[in-house]
Design a protein around this ligand. Structure first.
Ligand code: PBG
Length: 327
């Protein structure tokens, strides 16, 4: 029997009181780490609840500004914007995505005008603008890589022109970070950051999001560009490539089913790593809480903490406001 065995070693001594638990706690959540996703729609005075995301809304720009004000007052430093485009403005090339007066561009300008300190990140991908609901241009039922990546680079410049602090490519085309970085540099936007969705999986947990933006793929699935849930080495490979190509923050997505991937990526790169606690993860907790099976706040905080434990520096989450209120 050594002193590191029972009864000398009693783990419960360090769990005895709230203060002791606080002293030895290894990871802490903070509002500084939250990125609040926001859905913007055309029109005025619109606040519509997303059916599969109870308590989460799409806002028109006027009401979105009030939401941003609240987010700012809670101390959350950044936003991730998604635009819901009407079907009439969708086509295969996502032409509307490059409209300098498009919904995304207008929203960025409006937010930066009223809240210049707020860090505004924009989603860069074709799916909300694509008549096929795919993240790139479609030809003969295939998603073209290089043509799509060129277009996404232009989209990134357009968002930078509107004042975005970071562009966040969520498309998984090869080489798009390099093309985006080059395009931003060439256009003088050397201060605009890139938060790359480096390891984005072909996941079933995006269901509610596609409902929010009406962006579900019209045919097939996204498995030829988003990653196979079976793979982790590949996530590290993608992250290292994006780091070399000029990304500033690397993201793993979804979150909860991929905590091991967050850890693996974090240990392989020297950039901040973010994790996306996606719509399906939000909906799961909401649904279970509604059925009375668990306490929503506790389950939310435990989930968010698990991302810190896995090594995430930043967390994009629909719970940002709720969690910030508790912190
Ligand atoms: C699309 C995109 C998706 C999400 C963010 N950007 C969905 C998809 O790839 O089909 C999902 C976010 C979420 O589920 O919360 N480029």
């Amino acid at each position: 029997m050594s002193r590191s065995d029972f009864p000398y070693a009693r783990g419960r001594r360090l769990r005895k009181s709230e203060n002791i638990r606080r002293m030895v706690s290894e990871h802490k959540l903070g509002v500084d780490d939250f990125i609040a996703p926001l859905f913007v729609v055309e029109g005025k005075n619109v606040k519509s609840e997303i059916a599969s995301m109870p308590g989460y809304y799409r806002f028109s720009v006027d009401l979105l500004l009030k939401e941003v004000e609240e987010i700012q007052s809670l101390g959350i430093p950044s936003l991730l914007l998604f635009a819901k485009v009407p079907d009439s403005k969708k086509d295969n090339e996502g032409t509307e995505a490059l409209n300098p007066e498009g919904l995304m561009q207008q929203t960025v300008k409006a937010i930066k005008k009223e809240f210049p300190e707020m860090v505004v990140m924009t989603d860069v991908a074709l799916d909300p603008y694509s008549s096929y609901g795919h993240d790139g241009i479609v030809k003969n039922d295939k998603i073209l890589n290089d043509e799509s990546a060129d277009l996404l680079a232009k989209m990134a410049v357009s968002h930078a022109e509107a004042g975005a602090d970071f562009v966040a490519p969520s498309d998984m085309m090869d080489g798009r970070i390099l093309l985006m970085r080059e395009a931003l540099e060439e256009n003088g936007f050397y201060e605009t950051g890139i938060m790359s969705y480096s390891a984005k999986y072909a996941s079933s947990f995006y269901g509610p999001f596609r409902d929010a933006l009406d962006s579900a793929p019209g045919f097939g699935d996204k498995k030829t560009y988003q990653m196979d849930p079976a793979n982790v080495n590949e996530a590290v490979k993608e992250a290292i490539l994006d780091e070399k190509e000029g990304a500033d923050i690397l993201m793993v997505k979804p979150g909860l089913p991929y905590l091991d991937v967050v850890r693996a990526v974090k240990e392989s790169v020297n950039l901040p790593v973010s994790v996306y606690n996606v719509s399906g993860e939000y909906a799961m907790i909401k649904a279970a809480a509604k059925m009375g099976g668990l306490n929503e706040e506790d389950a939310m905080m435990e989930t968010l903490l698990s991302f810190k434990r896995a090594g995430a520096d930043l967390i994009a989450t629909y719970f940002a406001k709720d969690a910030a209120r508790l912190l």
